[in-house]
Structures are given as C-alpha cells and as structure tokens.
Design a protein around this ligand. Structure first.
Ligand code: ZN
Length: 325
C-alpha cells in the first residue's frame, strides 16, 4: 500500500539527506548522562504484518519519546514509577518499557513501530484507496505530522489531580470532589505560557459546574470555584504539558521558562522542552547545573551545548520532581 501514497507537500520535511546512513554511535566528547544515550534518528521504517511504510515527520513524536526515554535513563524516580506502573499492568507503561529496551539496543524502527501501534492511536481513520481498508491515517501515509499531542495523551493518565468544586448553588447535587483530571492531556487547560498550568492548579479556576452527573440533577452554575490536589496526595515524578501553537505568533519563548516551578506544594525542575520551528521539532535538555543541550533527530548523535535563541515557539515542557532539600 505504501507505493501509492503521496504526502502533502506543505508538511514534508525536505532537508533530510536521502539515503543518509544512520550513525548509531554515542557522543564521545560530552560527559553528561544524556550523552550516553542513543539519539532517536528522524524517519525510519514502520513494519506492519506484511507491509513496510516509510515514515516522515516523525520529529512530532521522536522528541517526546526521546525525552521520556532520557527521563527513564537518567532519573531514578521516573524509572521506578514506570516500572511500578508496568508491574501494575498499565498498558502504556508496558509498551514504554519494551520501547526503551529497543532504544537501548538502537533498534529504532522497532521502537517506533511499537510506539505508533501502542501509543499514537488517536488519529482520524482514512481508507486505503486500493483496498478500502480503514486505518489510522499515518499508517496509510507514513506521515506523522501533528503526533506530538497524541503520544502525550497516551501517558496523560500517569499524572492525576483531583478536583474539588465549591458550588454556590444550594440545589447542586453533584459530588463536590472526586473528579480526576490529567493535566498532560489537551483537555481544555488554559496553558498559554510555561507557568500558567502551575498557576491554574495552585490557585484553582472558575468555570461551569459540570462533571459526573450519574443520574443526579444537573447543575449549570457558572461561577464555580475549583481547587486541585494530586491524587492520593502523591506528587508524580514528572509533569508534561503542551503549549498550543498559535499560527503567526510566538506563543511562548524560551526565556519565559523558569528552571523551577512549584505545583501543588511540590517543587519541579524543567527537565526538557520541545521547540516548534514551524516545520520541525527540536528538544532542549536542561541540566541541573543550568547547562542546556540541543537534540535534533536530523543529527541524533550530536548533543551540542545550547544557548536559547528565543525565536521558536516552545511546544511541550517536561518537569521533573526536584530533590527535597
Ligand atoms: Zn453545582
């Protein structure tokens, strides 16, 4: 099926050299734990039962995957968290552990195939023009443009906050507390800058009284104040969230990202963020000593030191729980 597929020209990343040989060597010169990892190269081949599909625009998910992998390899608390979820039977965590093993041995195609089949599933379905078979559109076209949020959605349930509603309507029968929310998914959080999610969680937000009605009388009170806390009062080891890209606007630039933010009384450190250049995604890793390193899947095994340029929009931010001190 892959022979007949054409890709939208606008979305194609044309700068990649054809037949570029993959370099799976690690970076020899730098000495941070990040430099000991195999960088995930752009593109690759997706292998389904009887078909191989050439992938394009994979940077949309490569960067998020590489950040998650780097957290797993360099942050013990995150690694323990994933392993524990896996042991509890969490499907996304099980897939991630398999993907991490593939990345450890530089099996990038296998890692990406599993990532696509298990984690990036929320795409609209298209029909194969030849066979009529309905498949998620990237599996037909190989084009993964726009998959950054779908991979984040697959792990959004790793981070849960519980909402408490303070509804002034005396007839309101909805439960005051218990609604669980995943701040990493794109469910209407007003994230306009790198600190607005923290602000919303710390200060609460005002909105309509909706939620689990379960046969109870509906309440449409408008000015309902909600407050948040981490589920079971357990701060998760990481929080990730996306800042929506606004066409023609630099929604959020790098110099607005603080090194630390406190969310619901827990201090978090910026671990990495992705940049949207308009046509490509890059990752900036932020080390505790404030050194920054740039990852680009087009040159996956050079992780040069980086100074913020403040010209590209920040897309996704990954925070890691800061050490207690
Ligand atoms: Zn209400």
């Amino acid at each position: 099926m892959n022979e007949e597929v054409t890709q939208p020209e606008m979305e194609e990343e044309v700068w990649r050299g054809k037949n570029k040989k993959r370099d799976t060597k690690k970076h020899p010169r730098m000495s941070t734990p990040l430099h000991g990892l195999h960088g995930i190269p752009w593109g690759g081949n997706l292998t389904l039962a009887d078909t191989t599909i050439r992938m394009s625009n994979t940077c949309s998910f490569d960067n998020v995957l590489f950040i998650i992998y780097a957290m797993h390899k360099t942050e013990q608390q995150f690694s323990n968290f994933i392993i524990n979820l896996q042991l509890c039977g969490d499907k996304s965590a099980k897939s991630l552990v398999k993907i991490f093993r593939n990345l450890d041995s530089a099996n990038f195609d296998r890692a990406k195939t599993r990532c696509v089949l298990d984690l990036i599933k929320d795409f609209p379905v298209s029909r194969n023009p030849r066979t009529g078979e309905a498949l998620p559109s990237p599996l037909l076209s190989g084009n993964f443009y726009g998959s950054e949020e779908t991979i984040l959605n697959a792990i959004a349930h790793f981070v849960t906050v519980v909402e408490t509603r303070n509804c002034p309507n005396p007839l309101c029968q909805l439960p005051k507390t218990g609604q669980e929310i995943h701040p990493s998914s794109d469910m209407g959080w007003d994230v306009r800058n790198p600190t607005s999610l923290a602000f919303a969680l710390n200060n609460g937000i005002t909105g309509r009284c909706v939620g689990t009605s379960n046969g109870k009388q509906k309440c449409r009170e408008r000015n309902v104040r909600t407050a948040y806390k981490f589920k079971d009062d357990q701060p998760p080891p990481f929080i990730a969230f996306t800042i929506p890209f606004q066409q023609g606007k630099d929604a959020s630039l790098e110099n607005t990202i603080p090194q630390f933010q406190t969310i619901l009384n827990q201090k978090y450190r910026t671990f990495a963020y992705t940049l949207n250049t308009g046509a490509h995604y890059l990752t900036v890793f932020c080390r505790p000593d404030r050194k920054m390193f740039l990852f680009d899947g087009l040159h996956p095994n050079t992780l040069p030191e980086y100074k913020p340029l403040n010209k590209h929009s920040v897309s996704t931010i990954f925070l890691i729980k800061a050490d207690e001190s």
